[in-house]
Design a binder for this molecule. Structure first.
Ligand SMILES: [Zn+2]
Length: 100
């Protein structure tokens, strides 16, 4: 399943595609680079994995502590969430201004 996510990510990101081994990274978002797996915790279900939050670098549980807004990944850390929402907000405003 992660292999298919990688192919879709490659199609969407084009020349910005980040090519990583799906045994070590999870392609969680179509538009963003993959998430680094820190520990598989003896499970074959990626929801049990410990991953590195691409926004703040914390090591968190992939199934319960990783979230997404407009394809951007953040974690359960409050400051991390605020930072990503702020960045997504800025991006949205810029896109709106382009259309004027
Ligand atoms: Zn985070």
């Amino acid at each position: 399943m992660n292999e298919q996510a990688k192919i879709l990510n490659a199609l969407v990101t084009g020349k910005n595609f980040v090519n990583k081994d799906t045994d070590e990274y999870i392609y969680a978002s179509l538009s963003q680079p993959p998430i680094k797996i820190i520990d598989k915790n003896n499970s074959d279900d990626e929801l049990d994995y410990t991953v590195e939050c691409p926004s703040c670098g914390r090591h968190v549980n992939y199934g319960e502590e990783i979230f997404m807004v407009s394809g951007h990944i953040y974690c359960s850390n409050e400051n991390c969430r605020k930072k990503v929402y702020y960045e997504v907000g800025i991006e949205w405003v810029k896109n709106q201004l382009k259309q004027l």
